[in-house]
Design a protein around this ligand. Structure first.
Ligand code: CA
Length: 223
């Protein structure tokens, strides 16, 4: 899962980034309106943490932009302005949640998990496709009753596919989601290829009823 933190307060940005990286998220940051606009326009995120008061613009305008672009990214507003008007405006504009500063990192994490669950997992805590079940909170995967042991990137990739079954996913989008926005394209595409190959082998060996289908020139889909 890839998260974008939009926050201009350096200490808070670093604290949240380090915490979320510790929780095994891929984390990208923007500390002003301009950078945030560029990132949102170029990349997709599973969850965006959005500060309202930025030095060169308003987070509310960024939220409008996200919705205008029809993006699926979950958005949680982080704001020192704990006014009812702000909260109502943000939620009316389509934000998934609102957290007033100062907040605890544990609560932030719970809100992120909840927003991702609502947005991508129909509110469920586990994701099932055929005889494979994935538990995001424990980072575990089971085929039937047997656990399938995956490394970190294999898990991240499978998770990304499991919430988007039967959808063709581009190699570049997969690479960005698992390795971050600034990956070396050529290297990462090789890496995607080898990770998918390993995943296919592990799934096959464990008699999973799911598999990856290569879509020539584009990427892969989970079938
Ligand atoms: Ca701010």
């Amino acid at each position: 899962m890839k998260i974008l933190i939009i926050e201009d307060e350096p200490a808070l940005l670093v604290t949240v980034k380090q915490f979320l990286e510790g929780e095994k998220y891929v984390v990208e940051t923007a500390n002003n309106f301009k950078t945030a606009t560029e990132r949102i326009g170029t990349y997709d995120y599973d969850c965006i943490l959005l500060d309202i008061m930025l030095p060169d613009g308003s987070g509310i305008e960024l939220l409008k932009e996200i919705k205008l672009l029809n993006k699926k990214d979950a958005v949680i507003i982080l704001s020192a302005k704990n006014s009812v008007e702000d909260k109502v405006l943000g939620l009316d504009l389509g934000a998934d949640d609102y957290l007033a500063k100062p907040f605890s990192l544990m609560e932030l994490h719970a809100r992120i998990k909840s927003a991702i669950r609502r947005n991508y997992q129909k509110g469920e805590t586990t994701i099932a496709f055929k005889n494979v079940e994935l538990f995001p909170d424990d980072r575990k995967v089971f085929v039937g009753k047997a656990e399938l042991v995956l490394n970190r990137k294999e898990f991240d990739l499978l998770y990304y596919f499991m919430i988007r079954p039967e959808k063709v996913l581009q190699k570049t989008v997969l690479a960005e989601s698992v390795w971050g926005d600034n990956i070396d394209q050529a290297d990462s595409l090789d890496f995607i290829y080898s990770q998918i190959k390993n995943l296919r082998r592990k799934l096959k060996e464990s008699h999973a009823e799911i598999d990856f289908q290569a879509v020539y020139g584009i990427g892969y889909k989970l079938i």
